[in-house]
Design a protein around this ligand. Structure first.
Ligand code: CTP
Length: 428
């Protein structure tokens, strides 16, 4: 692997041909936002609508936002088209996003029924499919719908995005909502990066994210400015690429709420709580991602009631928090891996590698803080992924979700066949 100081950012969406297939469901009203967001991120977008979808979302709006004519049922057998439209669209697409997928179109696909422009396009394409059903909870639970869904999930190159929980248009609360456009965008990134192959399927991953807070009294604490965005992005991207993910996180800020929707989450506050939550889950997973910015110190004295400011201990005695990553890594089996993060001033590889060895990590992301466009609290991030033997891969300054995708792409192959040579050394 070559050394790359700052490679060009690679958002998998840029320049890619994405066909958005919209079915008849009230959730179709979210599609203009998704199409707009895809175009803004540099994708080429075309839309195809089922006959019912036209009643829920304006073809004119989708045409305007995609800068392309919107493909409707009436266009399929247009005598001015030299080739069948469903074949043209099927061959054009590098990825087809079916959102929302209705129960009717699901049944058509499961049965191979090519009786609409949209279903014939989906049957004709060889591009990967990202499918996001949305419907009433009882419909989603109906045995016939479930059977069709299981059939569809067996298709090759298909990434499923299951409905999320919340208030539905029928006024009930339950599972059935279309994932938010922001979450769909991340699913599209994962599908484009992997060619629709769920490359982390079969892996169980434990992630930590966010800062911890160490309270002095109910209104004062020691913490740091981590938003948690990088750790949650690692968890989300692993989940969208097929892994079963548990996320243990401190107080989050500036993380899109929808990123948490598909994750199994455990919110904690202090380093001690985070340590307990991670240790409980550790035996069941294949690997650990330690992206949390654990506070290094906790107050040496605490009070359950607010201290008047004049009574505050001054100087404040401090005590070190446990090094969670090192403690967890020391307990791991030989077939379990751990990816750490190192927040360093500048690109100090030697310091990051020293941390990797001291904490028994298998890889470490050197995450420079204090540089423009990188690090804590920033929207973009960047750095270098380091292997224990000194190999490295540069991570351009980019959106944290894209960076998380690049890290998983670099490691996916190794994770499935991970086995340490010999057991991890015990702690001394
Ligand atoms: N970490 C941890 N527990 C701590 C401190 C850090 O588990 N009490 C983990 C972080 O999640 C990260 C790695 O250790 O994966 C490195 O964290 P970093 O803040 O870069 O290093 P520190 O060990 O805190 O050392 P320093 O602050 O001196 O650089």
């Amino acid at each position: 692997m070559t050394k790359t100081e700052d490679p060009a950012p690679v958002d998998p969406v840029v320049g890619r041909r994405v066909l958005v297939a919209v079915c008849g469901s009230i959730a179709a009203v979210k599609l203009p936002q998704l199409v707009s967001s895809l175009v803004q991120h540099g994708a080429q977008v075309r839309c195809v609508l089922s006959p019912k979808a036209e009643q829920f979302v304006s073809p004119l709006a989708l045409a305007s936002l995609s800068r392309q004519p919107c493909n409707l049922e009436i266009h399929q057998w247009d005598p001015c088209q030299p080739r069948p439209l469903h074949v043209v669209l099927a061959e054009w697409a590098e990825l087809v996003v079916v959102a929302p997928l209705s129960a009717t179109t699901l049944a058509r696909l499961a049965q191979g029924l090519a009786d609409t422009l949209l279903s014939s396009t989906l049957l004709a394409t060889q591009a990967p499919l990202l499918v996001a059903p949305a419907m009433n909870t009882a419909m989603w639970d109906a045995p016939a719908v479930r059977a069709n869904w299981q059939t569809l999930c067996r298709w090759p190159r298909l990434l499923p995005m299951v409905p999320t929980r919340g208030l539905l248009a029928c006024d009930s609360r339950g599972i059935g909502r279309l994932p938010d456009p922001e979450l769909l965008l991340q699913g599209i990134r994962a599908a484009l990066a992997t060619g629709g192959v769920a490359d982390l399927k079969g892996l169980r991953v434990l992630c930590s994210a966010g800062p911890t807070r160490e309270f002095l009294d109910p209104v004062r604490c020691l913490t740091n400015p981590s938003s948690g965005r990088m750790g949650v992005a690692m968890a989300l991207m692993a989940c969208l690429r097929g892994a079963a993910v548990h996320l243990v996180h401190g107080p989050l800020s500036n993380v899109p709420a929808s990123w948490l929707d598909p994750l199994d989450t455990c919110p904690v506050v202090s380093a001690a709580e985070m340590g307990v939550a991670l240790a409980q889950r550790l035996p069941q997973v294949h690997g650990l991602v330690m992206a949390a910015a654990v506070a290094d110190h906790a107050p040496g004295v605490t009070s359950a009631v607010k201290w008047p400011k004049e009574a505050l201990p001054n100087p404040l005695p401090l005590q070190g928090t446990p090094d969670l990553a090192a403690d967890l890594a020391a307990r791991m089996r030989g077939d379990q891996w751990v990816l750490g993060f190192a927040a360093e001033h500048g690109l100090d590889r030697a310091r990051a590698l020293e941390k990797l060895r001291r904490k028994r990590f298998d890889w470490i992301v050197l995450n420079p803080v204090g540089l423009a466009g990188r690090g804590f609290g920033n929207q973009p991030n960047g750095g270098v992924l380091l292997w224990a033997d000194g190999q490295e891969q540069g991570l351009a300054s980019q959106d944290k979700a894209t960076m998380a995708g690049a890290i998983w792409s670099a490691l996916a192959g190794e994770l499935h066949r991970f086995q340490r040579s010999g057991p991890r050394p015990t702690v001394t």
